[in-house]
Design a binder for this molecule. Structure first.
Ligand SMILES: [Zn+2]
Length: 345
C-alpha cells in the first residue's frame, strides 16, 4: 500500500497571504504548490484557465499527466457536486458532526475521484508535500477525511480591516486583462465571512496543534518572511533551509503549476515580500468601524486592536486562554509599511 499523501491545507479567509505562501513553499525541495484544488474541476478543467506556469491548464504538461488518470469528462458534474456539498448553510450541521466525532462532510460517490486526484498529483510530481490553498474550511474537512490523505492545516489570519479593503479592489481573475473579476463582496459581508471562516477553522483543527495545526498571521509573515516561512516549512515536514530566500525579505521565484488563486501566483524572478498597508490610509472611517464592530470576537482571539493606529501587543495572535499554546505565531507587531506592498489572496 502507498504511504499517505501529506497535504498542507491553507485554511481561513481570502486575501490573507495564501497565494504568496503557496508560491514560496512551491520553491522548496519536495513540495508541490497545487494551488486551490477545489477549483481544478471548474476553472481548470471546464474553463481551461491558466495554470501557474502560464499555459491553459489543459495544455500544461504536468497537469496533462495528472488529468489522464482522472475522469475529466465528468469535471462539470464533480464541480457542481462540490458546490452543493460545501454550501454555507451546511455549516451548523458540519460543526455538529465534527463535535460528535463523525466525518464532518458526509461520504459521496465522488470522494474516490478526489482521493485519486491527490494521489495522482503526488505521483506525478514526486512531492512529499502537496500544498492546497483552497482555504474554505468545509473543503479542508472533506479532504482530511479522504482515504490516503494526511492533512496538516496552516491557518493564515490577517487583520479583517485589511482583508475587507483588499476584497473591494477591482482585480481580474487571472490578471488585469481578464474581464472576469475576482469577487468583491461589500465590506460588511467580507467582515462576516472573515469571522465565520476563521472561527470554523479554529473549531475544526486548532486542537490538533502543534503537529496538525499551525496559525500564522499575515502581519508576522510580512514582518519576518524568512523566519516565518522556515517555521511553516518545518511544520510541513520539509527542510526549512531549502527555501528560495536571497535575503530576509526577498525570494527568487520560478514558475509553479498552481491552479486558481490570486493573479500574483504568476510572478517570477526576484520578488520582495512586504506588507500591503494601503488600507490603513484608504479604508474609510465608516468601513473601519463597521468591520471592527462585526469582527469583535475574532479581533480579540487573533490579537488585533480595535482602534485605528494602535499596534498589536507583542505576543498577540496567540490563541485565547484555554486554546492550544503552540498554535499561535510569534508576534512582532503589525506589518511594516512598504510602498510596493504585497497584495494577497
Ligand atoms: Zn502548469
Amino acid at each position: 500500500m502507498n504511504p499517505p499523501v501529506r497535504v498542507l491545507y491553507l485554511a481561513g479567509s481570502g486575501r490573507s497571504g495564501s497565494t504568496l505562501v503557496t508560491t514560496v513553499l512551491g520553491q522548496y525541495d519536495g513540495v508541490f504548490a497545487a494551488g486551490e484544488l477545489r477549483y481544478l474541476w471548474q476553472r481548470g478543467e471546464v474553463e481551461n484557465r491558466p495554470c501557474g506556469c502560464g499555459r491553459p491548464l489543459r495544455d500544461c504538461p504536468l497537469w496533462s499527466g495528472v488529468r489522464r488518470e482522472l475522469p475529466t469528462d465528468r469535471a462539470a458534474a464533480i464541480a457542481a457536486g462540490l458546490r452543493g456539498r460545501l454550501r454555507m448553510r451546511g455549516l451548523p450541521t458540519l460543526l455538529r458532526r465534527h463535535r460528535r466525532g463523525v466525518r464532518p462532510v458526509p461520504v459521496h460517490p465522488d470522494d474516490a475521484t478526489l482521493a485519486d486526484l491527490y494521489a495522482a498529483v503526488a505521483r506525478h510530481t514526486g512531492a512529499r508535500v502537496v500544498v492546497d490553498s483552497s482555504k474554505l474550511p468545509p473543503y479542508g474537512a472533506l479532504v482530511g477525511a479522504l482515504p490516503g490523505i494526511e492533512l496538516r492545516v496552516l491557518h493564515l489570519v490577517r487583520d479583517p480591516r485589511a482583508t475587507a479593503f483588499s476584497w473591494r479592489r477591482r482585480r481580474g481573475l487571472d490578471g488585469d486583462a481578464d474581464p472576469e473579476l475576482m469577487s468583491r463582496p461589500p465590506v460588511g459581508k467580507a467582515a462576516l465571512l472573515w469571522l465565520v471562516w476563521n472561527t470554523v477553522t479554529v473549531r475544526l483543527w486548532a486542537d490538533r496543534a502543534p503537529t496538525g495545526y499551525l496559525r500564522v498571521r499575515y502581519e508576522d509573515l510580512t514582518a519576518e518572511p524568512e523566519a516565518t516561512l522556515a517555521r511553516i516549512a518545518a511544520f510541513a515536514g520539509v527542510d526549512p533551509d531549502g527555501g528560495p530566500f536571497t535575503g530576509p525579505a526577498t525570494v527568487r521565484l520560478t514558475p509553479t503549476h498552481s491552479v486558481a488563486g490570486n493573479p500574483s501566483r504568476h510572478r517570477t524572478g526576484p520578488v520582495p515580500i512586504t506588507a500591503d498597508v494601503q488600507w490603513r490610509h484608504d479604508l474609510s472611517r465608516w468601513s473601519y468601524a463597521l468591520v471592527t464592530a462585526l469582527t469583535v470576537p475574532g479581533l480579540r482571539r487573533f490579537g488585533y486592536p480595535w482602534r485605528r493606529g494602535v499596534p498589536a501587543p507583542a505576543g498577540a495572535g496567540r490563541p485565547a486562554r484555554g486554546g492550544p499554546a503552540a498554535a499561535g505565531g510569534r508576534s512582532v507587531g503589525v506589518g511594516r509599511a512598504g510602498s510596493t506592498g504585497h497584495e494577497e489572496g
